[in-house]
Design a protein around this ligand. Structure first.
Ligand code: NAD
Length: 311
């Protein structure tokens, strides 16, 4: 079968594409390389068609959707900071881009659509763990746009009988995650700093918590959602189900890389949430999901791979 992976040159999309190819499927990648990397595409071995284009472009979508059995929609303006700097583009890509892709998929008779949603939808309420039945409270244009995408994804299951699901990823980490740029994710940034002999920079007091989830778990959840004959537009937490503080994360990485335990603190950033931890019961019930790789093992894998020069 051929699957479309939008954002397939990015961190999560390329990992999904790699897993599909490894099991013998074919992949079309639609990506405009705005935050994705050619090196992620070079890793993909097998029947891959790369469509360099924008999810907002009807022609690019039509080409990318040709002959596919299902869509993994990962392409997005994927950071809170970028969404604050340019909320209109963020909405255009994340909300309208998602709706346009759903509509084109429906028109092309494609029945399966798995959407990369975000834990950012929960906002910063004090109740933990976050359960899907809680009222969402997005605090940034990014969170609002991702939540809007979820609503469209649900409506296409209800109106058109498509098998859709929105996977609310918590903090995903793993090898091949970009350490560069202002909005880079925290794990590769910390590792990069440590490998350069610097102390990792922590925004705020370091006591904020996150539910870090290794990429292999996220890929597994995506494949399960795509194969499911029962999903019906649900929003589903995908996480580890445990949280650690950012300070613990930095200290663990210092130890794993054999560096002095030393952290550099800076002011907290706008739009960052304080605590995050997921209830993953729904993922278990609907998808049979449970984390395959623990945070400790996942961090050790990242440290090993980056020490050996993985991009
Ligand atoms: P990423 O930046 O590595 O990947 C996003 C990809 O989308 C990039 O390759 C980029 O070039 C592409 N893209 C962006 N705008 C595009 C457009 N207009 N047209 C075509 N391609 C476009 O980010 P990621 O971490 O791999 O995130 C993948 C998805 O998962 C995103 O939708 C993100 O919102 C979501 N998500 C990620 C996390 C996380 O922890 N990494 C958490 C929650 C949700």
């Amino acid at each position: 079968m051929r699957y479309l992976v939008t954002g397939g040159a990015g961190f999560i999309g390329s990992a999904i594409a790699e897993a599909l190819l490894a099991r013998g499927d074919a992949v079309t990648v639609l990506d405009n390389l705005s935050s994705g990397r050619e090196s992620n595409l070079e890793r993909l071995k097998g029947d891959v068609v790369f469509e360099r284009g924008d999810v907002r472009d009807a022609k690019a979508r039509a080409k990318a959707l040709t002959g596919v059995a299902g869509v993994f929609h990962e392409a997005a303006v994927a950071s809170v900071g970028a969404s604050i700097a340019d909320p209109i583009t963020c909405d255009d890509v994340n909300t309208r881009g998602t709706l346009a892709l759903l509509e084109d998929a429906r028109a092309a008779g494609i029945k399966r659509f798995v959407f990369a949603a975000s834990a950012a939808a929960y906002g910063d309420g004090p109740t933990l763990p976050k359960v899907e039945t809680m009222a969402p409270a997005p605090l940034s244009p990014y969170a609002a746009s991702k939540l809007a995408g979820e609503h469209y994804v649900r409506s296409y299951a209800h109106l058109h009988g498509m098998r859709t699901a929105s996977l609310r990823y918590f903090n995903v980490f793993g090898v091949h995650q970009d350490p560069n740029g202002e909005y880079a994710a925290v794990v590769p940034k910390f590792v990069d700093a440590l490998l350069a002999g610097k102390a990792p920079t922590v925004f705020g007091d370091g006591e904020q918590t996150r539910d870090f989830c290794h990429i292999e778990n996220v890929v597994d959840a995506n494949l399960r959602a795509m194969n499911s004959d029962t999903v019906h537009g649900e929003s589903i937490n995908i996480a580890n189900g445990e949280s650690i503080t950012i300070r613990e994360l930095a200290e663990t990485l210092c130890r794993l890389l054999g560096r002095e335990v030393r952290v550099h603190f800076r002011d907290a950033r706008a739009g960052d949430i304080r605590h995050s931890r997921a209830n993953i019961d729904l993922a278990q019930q609907l998808l049979g999901y449970r984390p395959l790789v623990s945070v400790a093992d996942g961090l050790a894998r990242v440290a090993d791979a980056l020490r050996q020069g993985a991009p």
